[in-house]
Design a protein. Sequence first.
Length: 434
Amino acid sequence: MSKLKEKLASLMPEWRARVTRLLKEYGDVEIDKVYVRQFYGGMRGLKCLTTDISYLDPMEGIRFRGYTIPETLEKLPKAPGAEVPYVEGHLYLLLTGELPTEADVQDVISDLQKRGEVPDYVWATLRAMPRDTHPMTMFSTAVTSLQRESEFVKRYNAGMSKMDYWDPMFEDAMNLIAKLHTIAAYIYRMKYKDDTPISPDFSLDYGKNFAYMMGIDHPYDELSRLYFILHSDHESGNVSAHTTHLVASALSDAYYSLAAGLNGLAGPLHGLANQEVLRWSQNLMEQMGGKLPTKEYLQKYVWDTLNSGQVIPGYGHAVLRKTDPRYTAQREFALKHLPEDELFKMISLLYEVVPPILQEHGKAKNPWPNVDAHSGVLQWYYGIHEYDFYTVMFGVGRALGVLSNIIWDRALGQSIERPKSLTLEMLEERVGIK
């Protein structure tokens, strides 16, 4: 048993006791009311899910296990000379709620390296698909194909206690995480780089190995670590997290559950936003003959966009009411590594122009940029010009959080999710419409 798994096993009895007491003594306490608008508004703001992996604060952004993004990036261990923490250390934090030591991180690195070999049938499955297949379709299919390896299914079919469900879920989650970056890089090089996949180097940490398999030099390894950490979790109500939890609540294994979450991530309203930002920005620069627009021209362009009924991609957020700390972290990376890049200058100019206009416009609750306003620009700078692939990398990072969540779902005995529905007529009757 790995040290990380031993650590999790030691934490679970106390957490189970807390949940048991909460349900037994306070199960009938009302926390919040449901409004009619939430029935037709995607349940937005409805407090009916629970997760301890992350929390989205309107003013501070995401807190990973209580740590803000700046604190997370500062406190987690880093490789010698590196500026961004190990992905493996972040995974340890998400799972345990504790900051890892260097020894803890090295133990997780070693464990994932041992699990990293991808079966040949996965490559055969991908190669059987038409090359113009969307990379997210390939990614989801590869994850589903790995389901035959599920330890949870084997243990469940053999008979096991509910109290032990977390154990094989942990094994499946770690086996999946260990392979995801390899699968992602393989899809990229097979589709976009003349079918020249690069085999993984299992002596490297997660972020560095991904950059190596992508064939991109330093400091792309630093950006990979940053990208995976920033996209790892976002509470439990977003589509990819909620879908993964929902499917897992039926005792589907980690492979089925993550594949479902990835399919949700592929939607234009979820994981595709970063490419929309990039496309919008590049179209504007093309209109300017490849040159940076003046501030005055950009102001007019933004107003024209808003007055035509369109939105400014990358700006606004359902919960946040300040600049997304994930945007800030990526901006700081860009200021260090690509300060003279024309596209980055364009994004910086938008940061000056858009918020005041959105405030004056008055319809946006949050006029500040979110994570998607910056992430595509960084990937483009390092040569990843294929928009469709950005969501695959998003999926690699998001897996860290959603898989951590479903391990704890099983540890705490979360029930199958089954909310009740009302008809339109019933709602009309409740509010007094005859």
